[in-house]
Design a protein around this ligand. Structure first.
Ligand code: TYC
Length: 119
């Protein structure tokens, strides 16, 4: 007598191993960790020898200011000893300082400017 082989298993297949939650994945929102990049201000310093007109032209040319604004910044440097000409990334601020110092050196003026981190 032939033995009948059932076409379907008598019991349902065992559940796949897992977390018992239907394999749901919960993504937690984490606080943003990357701080915005440090910015640097380019500060121009007063001296007794560089002509006012030269400073105005330099501020117009390298800091993209109109003549009126450049004149106000130059006068602030003249009166207060220093003023911020612009705020940039670290690399761009260093480039601005180099451009100003090179132009002043070429023209034979002692004009100084520095880059410093913004508070
Ligand atoms: N004090 C200079 C003068 O009387 C003018 C001057 C202004 C120089 C700004 C430098 O960053 C400066 N000729």
């Amino acid at each position: 007598m032939a033995t009948r082989i059932p076409s379907k298993p008598a019991t349902p297949p065992a559940q796949k191993p897992g977390r018992g939650d239907g394999d749901a994945v919960v993504l937690e929102r984490r606080p943003q960790k990357t701080a915005p990049p440090q910015m640097f201000q380019v500060v121009m310093l007063n001296d007794d020898y560089t002509p006012m007109e030269f400073v105005v032209v330099v501020i117009q040319e390298f800091f993209n200011k109109d003549r009126e604004t450049a004149t106000q910044i130059m006068l602030k440097i003249h009166l207060d000893g220093r003023a911020v000409c612009g705020v940039y990334s670290r690399d761009m601020a260093a480039t601005k300082v180099n451009q100003v110092m090179e132009a002043a050196h070429q023209a034979g003026h002692p004009l100084q400017c520095v880059s410093e981190p913004v508070e």
